[in-house]
Design a protein around this ligand. Structure first.
Ligand code: M6R
Length: 369
């Protein structure tokens, strides 16, 4: 059942282009218009939404963090993303015009379920983004947008994450489409580019041998840091989570802009630091800022592992290891930038002799609060 792979995780990483394509299937028509009729929340209701709140745990929470950037940019609706386990305990402000999005691969995560029950009690409408047909979270939600990743067996979430991102982008773009924001042209062009993303994920997968080699060379390290900015920040957090889960290493993700507010004190000689670099096009200001961050940490002896868009020449002089990813629209970059981090963590776990599919102390679905 592992289809010739040593681990389910490897199989599931390899299945990502198909999972992404399947999640888009039937949701974009030939003219590049989105249709999410299956969600069954009428456009009239979506036009009235004045706040979006996303609740999720772990990797799904990272997808939700990225969704916030997309939703606010394309729809101009305020959006917050919150850990499901924290949500109901702070008495959040919710009403009929709040759209709550609960993201869950399994559909059985108790923290997420309790958060959505609380939201519905307050009158909010809940849309589930879920990978498991008929599971509890979609059953208890007002509407559901299924991800089509297929069954995910490895405890560490990979293909489910990419498809959660796709679903989040679809919701964000759809909200923008029905509300007709000033980003209409951008929305249409991103929808077109989303259709090409599966091929780009495939391209990334074909170039992973140097990443595996690098991972093996770091097997005796204790700590790896991850830096990112904008949508690259949740990607950094996701890279760190994968490494904790699988390699049992101390791994931490930071927003690159926070470096000088504390974390730079951690930098020492030979410390591996993975930096997710935003596209030099689009928000080029943050690109330049992150290039200075790379220079700063390298000047202090860090070993820089840089994930950057192909053709980004500005980062080259400061990258001890350069991992190139295909150019994508700025907000879609996590779909390609996360993949090398999954491969990196999986290979490090293997090199350290860990059980890849069943990491210690973890369960695939967390059905207790
Ligand atoms: O099934 P869910 O998406 O609700 O699960 C949420 C988290 O428990 C899950 O993403 C967890 O963080 C993964 N093991 C991460 O790889």
């Amino acid at each position: 059942e592992k289809g010739g792979y040593d681990y389910f995780m490897l199989k599931e990483i390899a299945e990502q282009p198909k999972a992404v394509a399947d999640t888009l299937l039937g949701r974009i028509d030939a003219a590049g218009t989105l249709s999410l009729d299956e969600v069954r929340i009428p456009a009239s209701v979506l036009r009235e939404v004045d706040k979006v709140v996303i609740v999720a745990c772990g990797t799904a929470y990272h997808a939700g963090m990225i969704a916030k950037y997309a939703i606010e940019h394309w729809t101009r609706i305020p959006c917050e993303t919150e850990l499901a386990s924290e949500f109901r305990y702070r008495d959040p402000i919710l009403d009929q015009r709040t759209l709550v999005i609960a993201i869950s691969q399994s559909g059985e995560t108790m923290d997420t379920l309790m958060a959505l029950r609380h939201a519905r009690e307050q009158g909010a409408r809940v849309l589930a983004i879920c990978n498991t047909n008929g599971s509890t979270i979609p059953r208890e939600s007002d509407a559901v947008l299924y991800t089509h990743a297929g069954p995910e067996v490895a405890v560490a979430s990979t293909k489910a994450f990419l498809t959660q991102l796709v679903a989040c982008y679809l919701v964000a773009l759809y909200l923008g489409q029905v509300r007709g924001t000033k980003w209409g042209d951008e929305i249409r062009s991103v929808v077109r580019e989303l259709s090409a993303i599966a091929t780009q994920v495939d391209e990334v997968l074909e170039t992973m041998e140097p990443v595996r080699e690098l991972a093996r060379s770091l097997a005796d390290k204790n700590t790896v840091l991850f830096l990112g900015r904008h949508v690259g920040y949740p990607v950094a957090l996701e890279g760190a989570l994968k490494l904790k889960e699988l390699a049992y290493m101390h791994a931490e993700g930071f927003a690159a802009g926070e470096l000088k507010h504390g974390p730079i004190a951690l930098i020492e000689r030979d410390l591996p630091v993975v930096v997710v670099v935003p596209s030099p096009r689009g928000r080029s200001v943050i690109h330049d800022k992150i290039v200075s961050n790379i220079q700063e940490i390298r000047a202090r002896g860090a070993r820089t592992i840089v994930i950057a868009e192909r053709g980004d020449t500005a980062v080259r002089p400061y990258a001890d290891h350069l991992i190139e990813i295909p150019p994508t629209p700025v907000l879609l970059q996590p779909l390609v930038a996360t993949v090398p981090l999954q491969v990196f963590a999986c290979e490090l776990a293997t090199a350290r002799g860990n059980e890849v599919d069943q990491p210690r102390n973890l369960a695939k679905s967390v059905t207790v609060e």
